[in-house]
Design a protein around this ligand. Structure first.
Ligand SMILES: [Fe+2]
Ligand SMILES: [Fe+2]
Length: 198
């Protein structure tokens, strides 16, 4: 075979291998869905960072509430679906325990942000610290837990379907929920409601 043809054949083979590898990692498996959540929240934290200095309080509060709602639902699907399945499939309870403790700390901050007032000088800092905290947590999940879960041959497609179904049911419930109560009432119920959802 002439050299040019050989190179072309090699290139086609390489393309096929890449396509095969891409097909193996489905966009709807549990890890793909959780990673997409991570990216979305990271973007929102960046957006918050940009509006921190001169953004209107109402806009900052709306974005922070959105971040908190995303994270709350994300933690819920991880704790109820992904973490238990991973705990069973891989022998690393320490890693899973640490992840759950990190969720608990994040929930504390989320409750403080949800019930807090953007005019409070510490409120912006709480959102920033939550972002840093989540960055660290995501690094550990993506760098260690997800890697181990992929190797463990878990049924990530089935878990992905469970995650999507739970998210859909929560989204539907949220749409049916009446608009948030006035600030005073939200302040009182902030922690309790965050805990109930997590
Ligand atoms: Fe997590
Ligand atoms: Fe996560």
């Amino acid at each position: 075979m002439p050299a040019a043809k050989k190179t072309a054949a090699k290139k086609t083979a390489a393309k096929k291998t890449v396509a095969k590898k891409a097909a193996k990692v489905s966009r709807t498996d549990a890890i793909a869905l959780l990673t997409a959540d991570h990216k979305r929240v990271k973007k929102m934290f960046k957006q918050f960072d940009k509006m921190k200095e001169d953004g209107a309080s109402a806009d900052k509060q709306a974005l922070a509430q959105q971040i908190c709602a995303e994270l709350t639902l994300h933690a819920e699907v991880e704790e109820q679906i992904f973490y238990p399945a991973t705990r069973e499939a891989i022998d690393d309870d320490d890693m899973l325990n640490e992840a759950e403790v990190e969720h608990a700390s994040a929930k504390d901050l989320i409750a403080q942000i949800e019930s807090g007032d953007p005019s409070d000088p510490l409120w912006d800092a709480k959102v920033t610290v939550l972002g840093e905290y989540i960055d660290h947590h995501v690094e550990e999940e993506e760098g260690e837990m997800f890697r181990k879960a992929r190797k463990a041959k878990m049924d990530l497609e089935a878990l992905g379907q469970q995650i999507a179904a739970m998210k859909q049911s929560r989204d539907g419930a949220q749409q049916m929920t009446p608009p948030p109560a006035p600030k005073q009432a939200a302040k009182k119920s902030g922690k309790a409601s965050a805990d109930a959802r997590l």
